[in-house]
Every structure is written in C-alpha cells, then in structure tokens.
Design a protein around this ligand. Sequence first.
Ligand SMILES: *Cc1c(COP(=O)(O)O)cnc(C)c1O
Length: 386
Amino acid sequence: MTDHDEFPDLIDDFDIAPVRLTVDLQALADNWRDMGQRSGSARAAAVVKADAYGLGLEDCGSTLYEAGARDFFVAVAQEGATLRAYAPDARIFVLSGIWPGQERIFFENDLVPVLASEEQLAFWMAVIAEHGDYPCALQVDTGFNRLGLALEEALALAEDVSRPASFSPVLILSHLHSGDTPSSPTNRAQLESFRQVSAAFEGIESSLSASAGIFLGPDYHFDLTRPGIALYGGESVSGMAPLRPVATAEARIIQIRDAGIGETVSYGATHRLTRQSRLAVASIGYADGYLRSLSGSGIPLRADGSPGAFGFVAGQSVPVIGRITMDLTIFDVTDLPEGAVRPGDYIELFGENIALDDAARAGGTIGYELLTSLGLRHERRYLQAE
Ligand SMILES: *Cc1c(COP(=O)(O)O)cnc(C)c1O
C-alpha cells in the first residue's frame, strides 16, 4: 500500500496537464474594443455562441461584459441562460429563435429570440397575445438561404397594419455569406436588399455584419455589428492578418524516440523514414480536436504531397508525421539540436507561434472549426484582463 500523503499536492494541474489551453482575456477584451472602433458609429455586440468559440462562455462572456459589451449573440437558449449570470443587464439574442416549450427559459432569463421563419413568427404572435409585449428580433434572408424570413415576407410584415401592436421587434438582422471575400459582388447585392428591409422597419435598429463585414466599410455597419471570430484571434477576411491571438494550445511530449531509415511511423505505416530520425510523441489527438485531417500522411488530403500541421517547440516549427491518432500525435524533431527537446516539454499546436488559421488550413478547414473542436480534456488557464 502506498501512503497517499507522500505525494506532493502543491503542483498546479496546468503545469502537468497532458493538453492545455491558455486563453488571453486581455487580448480578447482588446480585440473587442478594436472591432468596436472599426464599427465606426455602430455599436459592437459580441458573438459568444458555441461556448465562446470553444474558449469558455463564462470567462469570455464576463470579460466582454467588463470591457463594455451590452449586446450578445448566442446560438441556443441554454447558452443564453448560462451567459445571463455574467452579463446581468445585457441584451442576449438567441440566433436559432424560439420553439414551443421554450417560453420559460426565454422569459426567465430575459432572452431575445431572433425569429427566423414564418412558423416561428406565428408562434411568437401567439406567445405575445397571451403574455403581452416582449422584445424579439427578426432575421431576414438576403441570399444566404440559411435562416430568415424571405425578403418579400419581411417587407409584407413591415407593411401589415393588422399585426398586433404588441409585436415590437428591437432588431432587424441579416447575414452576409461572402463577407470574407471583399471582392465578391454578392456583398453589395445583399446590402441593397437589406437596406430595403431596414428602411421598411424604420425606427428599429438593424444589423448586417459579422467580423468580416465590419471590414467592408461604414455602409455595412448599420446600428449594431456582430463580431465573433475576430474577437478570438481568428482570421475573418481571407488573406488579412487577424487581430491579437487569444488561444494557445499545447500538448505534453511523453516520449522522444530514435528511429532508423526504412522504419515506418503510426497507423497504416504511411510514413516511411528516409533518414535517421528523432520523433517526439505528444499527448494530443483527434479526440482533443487535433483533427485527423492535420496528419502528415495517410489521409486523402495529403495525396497532393502538401505537408500536414506543424507544432512549435524549442524555438522551431516541426512537422506532424504519419497519422494523428485518438490521443497521440508524432512530430519529427530530427532537425532540432540534440537535447533541445525532452520528455515533459510542451509543444505548441497553435497560438503565439503557429497561427490558428495556418494550422487549420493544413487540415483543410478554418480557425472556427479548430477552436470549437477543442474538446474537454484541455486544462485551461485564463490570463485575466485588467
Ligand atoms: C456566427 C455568426 C456571427 C459571427 O460571425 P463571425 O464570422 O465569427 O464574426 C454573426 N452573425 C450570425 C448570424 C452568426 O451566425
């Protein structure tokens, strides 16, 4: 039997975690202020859906609230209920709208449904007929073909004199599908459609732009902007440098091993070594959101010979080799000086040195997906904002 009292108990979990995530809340607050300035005369909201893009709704939500955000967007009502405790007098919009049976969670947490279809609108009319006036928002589809009333439906509603007086939308919104591509003519077309709706609902605030749209200029700002990814340090416009990085993900190197010419690495033996190599095995895998599509070989994406993702350790970038597995990934550290990396060291997967979106691109995806895939095994450390 081991006497448990012999074990040290003052070790910080973060210092020994297999996988860990540092979230720089100061950078988050700064990025929100930055997007606020870029929004000109419009107010900037904060989009915190999907657990604040995987970085933690409580910590990120309260930081954004402290920084001054008073309008928040979540995807589903439950996220809004969680956020309410951290943003007491803020307006919280629920982008997926409301379903029968959800009245209680909306009313108890003072959430604003973003009504997005004729069915939701009809249900909402019944709710306010029974419970009285309550704020809502309206989403109008201007070309995305995702959520929203059709343009004609929205214009008809604006002119419908028979609609109940207690129906009082506080915000009209739409969403650009190609805001990340400033040269796309569809942005202007969506803008023109949205202007019509915005004018038809005169006196009610309107909102068109997410992160990318804010960079399209003042025409796109209206009353309220809805930045998400830019706050978390991701790229919003193709080819444009992101704001400050917010998240740094690292994994612990469990083992360093030598392997010889002709030996193979990982499942399927898809990487054959052509030199005497040193390999670092890190405790991160696709179960932690380090997507299998980031693998160095052995997946369809690598058929064109392009490299997989890189990690950063001992001051250098090193490639993933072979397939990423559920809990483990192998990096080629042969080019590092002997002894530069040791078992127990941490390797950065993305953050200060490996741009989030560069890592994502290696896996054929976007920073949004990498962040929201992070999973539950990460030990998190939040660097507090001042
Ligand atoms: C997710 C989302 C946003 C935020 O988008 P980003 O590209 O992350 O800035 C804004 N509006 C709507 C409707 C969304 O779904």
